[in-house]
Design a protein around this ligand. Structure first.
Ligand SMILES: [Cu+2]
Length: 138
Protein backbone atom coordinates (compact mmCIF):
# COMPACT_ATOMS: atom_id res chain seq x y z
CA UNK A 1 0.00 0.00 0.00
CA UNK A 2 2.69 2.39 0.99
CA UNK A 3 4.78 1.51 -2.07
CA UNK A 4 1.87 2.12 -4.43
CA UNK A 5 1.31 5.54 -2.96
CA UNK A 6 5.01 6.35 -3.40
CA UNK A 7 4.79 5.27 -7.00
CA UNK A 8 1.74 7.41 -7.69
CA UNK A 9 3.54 10.42 -6.26
CA UNK A 10 6.87 9.64 -7.87
CA UNK A 11 5.69 9.17 -11.46
CA UNK A 12 4.47 12.72 -12.10
CA UNK A 13 7.51 14.03 -10.24
CA UNK A 14 9.92 12.06 -12.46
CA UNK A 15 7.96 13.03 -15.55
CA UNK A 16 8.21 16.64 -14.50
CA UNK A 17 11.97 16.36 -14.01
CA UNK A 18 12.41 14.68 -17.37
CA UNK A 19 10.37 17.41 -19.00
CA UNK A 20 12.42 20.00 -17.23
CA UNK A 21 15.65 18.54 -18.54
CA UNK A 22 14.30 18.22 -22.03
CA UNK A 23 13.11 21.78 -21.79
CA UNK A 24 16.59 23.03 -21.03
CA UNK A 25 17.83 21.55 -24.28
CA UNK A 26 14.82 22.66 -26.29
CA UNK A 27 13.84 26.05 -27.47
CA UNK A 28 11.04 26.71 -25.01
CA UNK A 29 13.33 27.79 -22.19
CA UNK A 30 15.66 30.03 -24.12
CA UNK A 31 16.51 33.05 -22.09
CA UNK A 32 15.38 36.38 -23.33
CA UNK A 33 18.11 38.22 -25.12
CA UNK A 34 19.31 41.02 -22.88
CA UNK A 35 18.95 44.23 -24.82
CA UNK A 36 22.44 45.60 -25.12
CA UNK A 37 21.48 48.64 -27.11
CA UNK A 38 19.20 50.98 -25.21
CA UNK A 39 16.24 52.40 -27.06
CA UNK A 40 17.41 55.10 -29.44
CA UNK A 41 16.28 58.58 -28.57
CA UNK A 42 13.09 59.59 -30.30
CA UNK A 43 14.39 63.02 -31.16
CA UNK A 44 17.98 63.39 -32.21
CA UNK A 45 19.36 66.69 -33.43
CA UNK A 46 23.13 66.55 -33.24
CA UNK A 47 26.17 64.94 -31.70
CA UNK A 48 28.98 66.30 -29.55
CA UNK A 49 32.25 65.27 -27.95
CA UNK A 50 30.94 66.66 -24.69
CA UNK A 51 27.80 64.61 -24.53
CA UNK A 52 26.25 64.13 -21.13
CA UNK A 53 23.02 62.44 -20.15
CA UNK A 54 20.34 63.79 -17.85
CA UNK A 55 17.25 62.06 -16.54
CA UNK A 56 14.64 64.60 -15.63
CA UNK A 57 11.64 63.46 -13.63
CA UNK A 58 8.46 65.19 -14.83
CA UNK A 59 5.97 64.35 -12.09
CA UNK A 60 3.30 66.76 -13.34
CA UNK A 61 3.00 65.79 -17.00
CA UNK A 62 -0.39 64.42 -17.96
CA UNK A 63 -0.87 63.97 -21.68
CA UNK A 64 0.41 64.22 -25.21
CA UNK A 65 0.10 67.99 -25.19
CA UNK A 66 2.48 68.12 -22.24
CA UNK A 67 4.82 65.87 -24.16
CA UNK A 68 4.85 68.02 -27.29
CA UNK A 69 5.12 71.24 -25.26
CA UNK A 70 8.22 69.92 -23.52
CA UNK A 71 9.62 68.46 -26.72
CA UNK A 72 9.20 71.77 -28.46
CA UNK A 73 10.96 73.61 -25.62
CA UNK A 74 13.81 71.10 -25.57
CA UNK A 75 14.32 71.26 -29.30
CA UNK A 76 14.67 75.05 -29.01
CA UNK A 77 17.07 74.93 -26.05
CA UNK A 78 20.75 75.42 -26.85
CA UNK A 79 23.01 72.45 -26.28
CA UNK A 80 20.33 69.75 -26.38
CA UNK A 81 21.56 66.92 -28.59
CA UNK A 82 18.75 64.42 -28.33
CA UNK A 83 15.86 63.67 -26.02
CA UNK A 84 12.96 61.39 -25.33
CA UNK A 85 9.94 62.43 -23.27
CA UNK A 86 8.10 59.50 -21.71
CA UNK A 87 4.62 60.56 -20.58
CA UNK A 88 3.72 57.25 -18.95
CA UNK A 89 7.01 57.05 -17.09
CA UNK A 90 6.84 60.80 -16.37
CA UNK A 91 10.49 61.17 -17.22
CA UNK A 92 12.65 62.69 -19.92
CA UNK A 93 15.97 61.31 -21.07
CA UNK A 94 18.11 64.08 -22.43
CA UNK A 95 21.56 64.07 -24.00
CA UNK A 96 23.17 67.46 -23.98
CA UNK A 97 26.45 69.16 -24.72
CA UNK A 98 28.02 69.80 -21.32
CA UNK A 99 29.92 72.80 -22.69
CA UNK A 100 26.76 74.52 -23.84
CA UNK A 101 24.23 73.68 -21.17
CA UNK A 102 23.76 71.82 -17.90
CA UNK A 103 21.16 69.74 -16.14
CA UNK A 104 20.23 72.79 -14.03
CA UNK A 105 19.65 74.90 -17.15
CA UNK A 106 17.53 72.17 -18.71
CA UNK A 107 15.46 71.87 -15.54
CA UNK A 108 14.99 75.63 -15.55
CA UNK A 109 13.86 75.62 -19.19
CA UNK A 110 11.25 72.97 -18.38
CA UNK A 111 10.11 74.84 -15.29
CA UNK A 112 9.71 78.04 -17.32
CA UNK A 113 7.14 76.38 -19.59
CA UNK A 114 5.05 75.23 -16.62
CA UNK A 115 6.29 71.80 -15.65
CA UNK A 116 8.11 70.54 -12.60
CA UNK A 117 11.56 69.20 -13.48
CA UNK A 118 13.09 66.94 -10.87
CA UNK A 119 12.84 68.99 -7.66
CA UNK A 120 12.49 72.32 -9.41
CA UNK A 121 8.84 73.38 -9.21
CA UNK A 122 7.03 74.69 -12.26
CA UNK A 123 7.02 78.42 -12.83
CA UNK A 124 3.62 79.43 -11.41
CA UNK A 125 2.71 81.83 -14.20
CA UNK A 126 3.61 79.39 -16.96
CA UNK A 127 1.72 76.64 -15.18
CA UNK A 128 -1.38 78.85 -14.93
CA UNK A 129 -1.27 79.32 -18.69
CA UNK A 130 -1.28 75.59 -19.51
CA UNK A 131 -4.39 73.99 -21.00
CA UNK A 132 -6.58 72.44 -18.32
CA UNK A 133 -5.78 68.92 -19.47
CA UNK A 134 -2.15 69.58 -18.64
CA UNK A 135 -2.75 70.64 -15.06
CA UNK A 136 -2.43 68.22 -12.22
CA UNK A 137 -5.92 67.05 -11.45
CA UNK A 138 -6.90 66.63 -7.87
CU1 LIG B 1 -0.96 67.82 -21.10
Amino acid sequence: MKTNLMLILAVPLLAGMAFGQDCQRGSCCQKEQPSENPMPMKHSMSKSDHEAHAMVALPTIQCGICESTIESALSKSPGILSFDVDVEGKIAHINYDSELTSQAKIELAISMIGYQANKLLADAEAYAGLPNCCKVSG
